[in-house]
Design a protein. Structure first.
Length: 335
């Protein structure tokens, strides 16, 4: 069941993206031509925790199912940074290949932005007992990522959109580093609501106001699926946008005797902008669906996961979480 895995998803914190890797010149040109749009064009870098580059890890396509695209391949044999692969002393815990914003290109608190991500997820993509994040946001305090933000994921083969709630706590990890722990709405999408999500291109549009009196709206192929009003910044200074496959909690699968299969994820038309029209055609149709209060459409299940301070010496952070359910027919409460 999906609920078993909710406690695992937002325990993944990142603190080192400021030391990101520049994209080599030819690959930068390829990303700019095949993938990136508007404010993301020429303004992205590699995550320093990415698995090492190898032959065929990246492939650029002039025409993949009708779109210019990059194909990103991950194999379980790709061992990345020890902070991923050996997290909590569990070999094989996580791996990634992500492209994101350097600090100077992240979005300042108080700003409103539009984001677009085109994704082709092959039908055989399997995440039994683990998770793939396809794109996400991170909360930056000063120059450091200190908490997670919204994310679009496949959790135990359930498409799930995570949204920060308005309630949070500050606490210290085992090394005395101050962190921000947010409640999170885990919104499980009906995977066939007005069109399937695998085996074809889907286009995800997000409009977010990163403010204490903020909001986030998420559309898939023109249909508003999630709309939430509340504190979207919680004291952070900036928000970072990243995309690319990031697999984690793979040890939950391997401990159960499951194989982690190779994956290919395709991205096209990825970008950030001040205006919807710079990323999408038909923006009036999108904004007409907004009703100025939180809403859900095509949602199968919703859970609110909260974090407690617990014991700072916990080895596995799932031990300090608890959760309760929200009726998916009700709107998310606006704080």
């Amino acid at each position: 069941m999906f609920k078993i895995f909710l406690v695992f998803i937002f325990t993944i914190l990142f603190f080192n993206f400021a030391h990101a890797q520049k994209i080599p010149k030819q690959e930068r040109k390829d990303f700019d031509y095949f993938v990136l749009k508007d404010q993301s064009d020429k303004n992205m870098v590699y995550n320093e925790r990415n698995v090492p580059k190898r032959k065929n890890l990246l492939k650029f396509h002039e025409n993949y199912e009708g779109e210019k695209a990059v194909e990103i391949n991950l194999s379980y044999k790709d061992v990345g940074d020890e902070m991923d692969w050996l997290r909590w002393n569990q070999p094989g815990f996580a791996q990634r290949f992500q492209i994101g914003e350097p600090l100077k290109k992240t979005t300042k608190a108080g700003k409103e932005k539009w984001y677009r991500v085109g994704i082709f997820i092959p039908g055989k993509t399997n995440t039994e007992k683990h998770t793939i994040s396809f794109f996400d946001f991170k909360m930056i305090y000063g120059k450091t990522e200190m908490s997670v933000g919204p994310a679009f994921t496949l959790v135990n083969n359930e498409f799930t959109f995570f949204v920060n709630g308005s309630q949070y706590i500050t606490y210290e990890d085992r090394e005395g580093v101050e962190l921000y722990g947010f409640e999170h709405y885990a919104i499980v999408l009906d995977s066939i609501y007005k069109g399937k999500h695998k085996g074809k291109w889907i286009n995800i549009l997000i409009n977010a106001k990163w403010h204490t009196d903020g909001f986030i709206h998420m559309w898939i192929d023109d249909e508003l699926r999630v709309s939430y009003y509340g504190d979207m910044i919680a004291g952070a200074d900036r928000i970072r946008f990243k995309f690319g496959p990031y697999r984690h909690h793979m040890t939950q699968a391997t401990d159960a005797g499951l194989n982690i299969e190779d994956i290919k994820i395709y991205y096209s038309n990825v970008g950030k902008s001040d205006k919807c029209e710079n990323l999408w055609s038909g923006c009036d149709y999108l904004t007409d669906q907004i009703i100025k209060k939180s809403q859900l459409n095509g949602v199968r299940d919703v859970n609110l996961t909260q974090i407690d301070k617990g014991d700072n010496n916990q080895i596995k952070p799932e031990n300090v979480f608890f959760k309760f359910e929200i009726n998916p027919q009700d709107p998310l409460p606006s704080m």
